[in-house]
Design a protein around this ligand. Structure first.
Ligand code: NI
Length: 253
């Protein structure tokens, strides 16, 4: 039977403080076989590592999110070297570019993104990329550095998805696909093979319908997988089997 692998979550988030262990304790009986908890700075990366130590099925990604750059944070290579030596650290992430709120720190974000792409390459680790309203620059830097990895919560066009897949990367799909107004990602899913899709929550954010607006959790991926099965006209089970295989392959799990 197919099981859910959540390739992108933030259980370190304060919104889980009251219910973190309760929720994570329910995951395995709710058909979740794996979760990658992504850091957004050094502290949350350390938290991700502590969750990976506590739960067999949790893995950690470590890195600096573009928004963490806005307060002047710099890449600390010594610290990052320590983090990637920990068990169950499977990726550098989440890293990338975010021009949604403002572009004041664009240059700093690009510099931090490139530092981390180089760091990931030097240590043969895949990357988890965040791209919000920064498609052109993200694509350009992917072409330049040729990482192994995933574009999480993909929001680009079909053309961009095809290019990304052509470069050997994966497309991360989460709750947005279940939203009524989401046409773009539906078209993307139609056009790219299931072999290139990873499932994700981005919990606590982006809960799928019928839980939109609520606290997201990895077992809700069921609704994302069902929507993908419907779009691609394949079995729900097949969606779970294939996407879990994809995730394990990319992150060497
Ligand atoms: Ni995220």
């Amino acid at each position: 039977m197919g099981m859910i692998f959540d390739s992108h979550a933030h259980y370190d988030d304060a919104r889980f403080d009251e219910c973190r262990d309760e929720i994570l304790g329910q995951m395995q009986k709710n058909n979740v076989c794996g979760i990658i908890n992504c850091g957004t700075d050094i502290d949350t990366s350390l938290f991700a590592i502590s969750l990976a130590k506590k739960y067999d099925f949790v893995y950690a990604a470590v890195g600096y999110h573009p928004e963490s750059v806005d307060n002047g944070t710099c890449f600390d290579e010594r610290q990052m070297l320590k983090l990637i030596k920990e068990n169950k650290v499977v990726a550098i992430g989440e890293i990338g570019l975010d021009y949604y709120w403002d572009t004041t720190f664009k240059e700093n974000q690009i510099e931090m993104f490139e530092r981390q792409l180089q760091f990931a390459a030097a240590h043969s680790l895949p990357v988890i990329i965040h791209d919000r309203e920064a498609h052109a620059d993200t694509l350009q830097l992917i072409k330049k550095h040729k990482p192994k990895g995933v574009l999480h919560c993909f929001s680009g066009s079909v053309e961009m998805a095809k290019e990304v897949v052509g470069l050997g990367l994966y497309i991360g799909v989460g709750g947005v696909v279940t939203f009524k107004n989401s046409k773009k990602i539906v078209e993307v899913i139609k056009e790219i093979p299931l072999e290139r899709i990873l499932l994700e929550t981005d919990a606590p954010y982006l809960a799928p319908e019928p839980f939109r607006g609520k606290l997201n959790r990895s077992d809700y991926i069921e609704f994302v997988a069902k929507k993908i099965a419907e779009i691609k006209n394949v079995d729900y089970e097949q969606v779970l089997l294939q996407t879990t295989e994809n995730t394990k392959k990319l992150f060497n799990i």
